[in-house]
Design a protein around this ligand. Structure first.
Ligand code: ADP
Length: 207
């Protein structure tokens, strides 16, 4: 059996609800949610890495790939040692990674991507509005300024959308994200429950 993590990718533009859905999935046994945005925000803001993150995120830019992959790896390692992530039993739900084709190729040695959930919203204005509200609620500097939000979308279109091409031979499920969280969740579950059932069967956990 491959030692790579069995992985589900939550993919989509900033503000589309990847974090909301990832956090819900994390409450279900057998799923482990890993969000690079959350990992970065949890860094000590005064530390060297915390300052580096601020430098990029406050401009709407991506943190360099080598730093991102290293911090993500360390975080997963720590969660594994704490017994919070069980690599063989859990499906890893990745949120915010990969955000570039280079990250997707660096991820290959760690992750066996089983499915991609593409949360889609064609109404950019609606996403801007969600982000403005989120910035106030969660005190996120990256979403507080309209120019930074615009920059984040440019980066998404230039760097992140091509990731879909990288995974074009994979099972990509497109879901309309502009509905209630429960309606979006239902469609995500339709796509990923069969993957978990297959995984559990492979592990011998199901009849
Ligand atoms: P959102 O939920 O709005 O898509 P995130 O919380 O995932 O945003 O990310 C916030 C910021 O953290 C990004 O703008 C970027 O600066 C940094 N970041 C998160 N994930 C990555 C990544 N995979 N590569 C580089 N930078 C990242």
């Amino acid at each position: 059996m491959s030692d790579r993590y069995k992985t589900i990718l939550l993919f989509g533009p900033p503000g589309v609800g990847k974090g909301t859905q990832g956090k819900i999935l994390a409450r279900i046994p057998g799923f482990f949610h890993s969000s690079t945005g959350d990992i970065f925000r949890n860094l000590d803001a005064q530390s060297e890495l915390g300052r580096l993150f601020f430098q990029y995120s406050s401009r709407g830019e991506l943190v360099p790939d080598d730093v991102t992959m290293k911090i993500w790896n360390q975080n997963l390692y720590a969660n594994t040692h704490l017994g919070l992530f069980k690599p063989h039993a859990d499906l890893l739900v990745l949120d915010g990674l990969p955000r570039s084709v280079n990250q997707a190729s660096l991820l290959y040695r760690y992750c066996d991507v089983r499915c991609i959930i593409h949360l889609v919203c064609r109404n950019k204005e609606a996403l801007f509005e969600r982000m403005r509200k989120r910035a106030m609620k969660e005190n996120r500097v990256d979403d507080a300024q309209p120019e930074v939000i615009r920059r984040r979308f440019e980066v998404y279109e230039r760097e992140t959308i091509p990731v879909l091409e990288f995974y074009k031979s994979m099972n990509i499920t497109e879901i309309d994200a502009m509905r209630s969280p429960a309606a979006v969740l239902r469609e995500i579950l339709d796509a990923i429950v069969p993957i978990q059932e297959t995984h559990y069967r492979e592990l011998g956990n199901l009849g």
